[in-house]
Design a protein around this ligand. Sequence first.
Ligand code: GUN
Length: 279
Amino acid sequence: MIIDGKKLSGELIEEIKKEVLNLKKDGKLIGLSVILIGEYPPSLIYVKNKEKRAKEAGINSEIIKYSADITENEVLSKIKELNKNREVSGILVQLPLPNHINKEKIINAIDPLKDVDGFHPINVGNLASGNSSIVPCTPLGCLHLIKSVETNLSGKHAVILGRSNLNGKPMAQLLLKENCTVTIAHSKTIDLKSECKKADILVAAVGAKELVKGDWIKKGAIVIDVGINKINDKIVGDVEFNATKELAKAITPVPGGVGPMTIACLLKNTLECFKKTNL
Ligand code: GUN
């Protein structure tokens, strides 16, 4: 089975759109402000897609674009202004940032109630504690995709490749909450193949072209491929798709798997943030 991220994200966006339209009828406005610094090509594409989908769902989306030489203080003042602006429900600062801007300072400046990325330490801590929190969009989307195949994940062995704050670590927290046994493997793991072979659920988020081979997969596994890598002009994931799809019970394609779901979850988080500050 190939997990259709486009279709599933479309369904989620439709649900969000309905809720946004109902809120609009009551005169409520939901706004998402995205700060984009510099000209990193993948970020330009991601941000444009985020804006397009937000508009489709009836969310007021603005992109605040700065050149790569903007000072850290200027960005911090903008974030303070957005924190106070009642028309802004969600704030996202697209990563990566130029080297002279301290990522930690920027993330910490965002009001945790408007932190649609779920990167603020308050949200990270709440997720780790099992409390309610804003959850980073990519792992939230991955969980949605996994649950489209199987709703009860209790006791499953989940293996996550990658330990980033964006994906690997929050993915582990989410799967722990689902009562999975969770392994996080990474670039220093001694034998990645044997770890992967134990996985009932495998989430690959390392950014390494087709690293996971067909014979790394346990028969019947659910495979979620977060990677977006370029081979010449072709986009491929972290998993060798053709070799893997024979053994896996379900697998996400790249593109058309995790990517669209991440954006749908961003819109969901924007709506959640609106509710936290306005209802
Ligand atoms: N860069 C790549 N993915 C993301 C994301 O999910 N959020 C932000 N802010 N930047 C990113």
